[in-house]
Write a new protein. Structure first.
Length: 85
């Protein structure tokens, strides 16, 4: 299993997108300030996660989330958070 995730900075309101095969370990690294690209965004929270069956699927989803359409998708989720289960 691979995971694509979006973190939201509670400090800046910005989003970070990534993928991993060990979501618990990776979240710990982000939350504890061990990841150079998110250390200035802490505190952060997990905003979105999708389970993928392969690394290539996860990489494609991460690429989508970083695109204009992916940013629109994240914006849609923010605006419609009352529909998220």
């Amino acid at each position: 299993m691979f995971y694509v995730y979006v973190l939201k900075s509670l400090k800046t309101g910005t989003f970070y997108k990534g993928q991993t095969n060990n979501i618990e370990k990776r979240l710990y690294e982000h939350l504890s300030g061990q990841v150079k690209s998110t250390i200035k965004l802490v505190p952060i929270e997990l905003f979105f996660v999708q389970i993928c069956e392969s690394r290539s699927e996860a990489m494609n989803m991460e690429k989508f989330l970083k695109s204009g359409h992916g940013r629109d998708f994240i914006k849609f989720l923010v605006e419609h958070d009352d529909f998220i289960v």
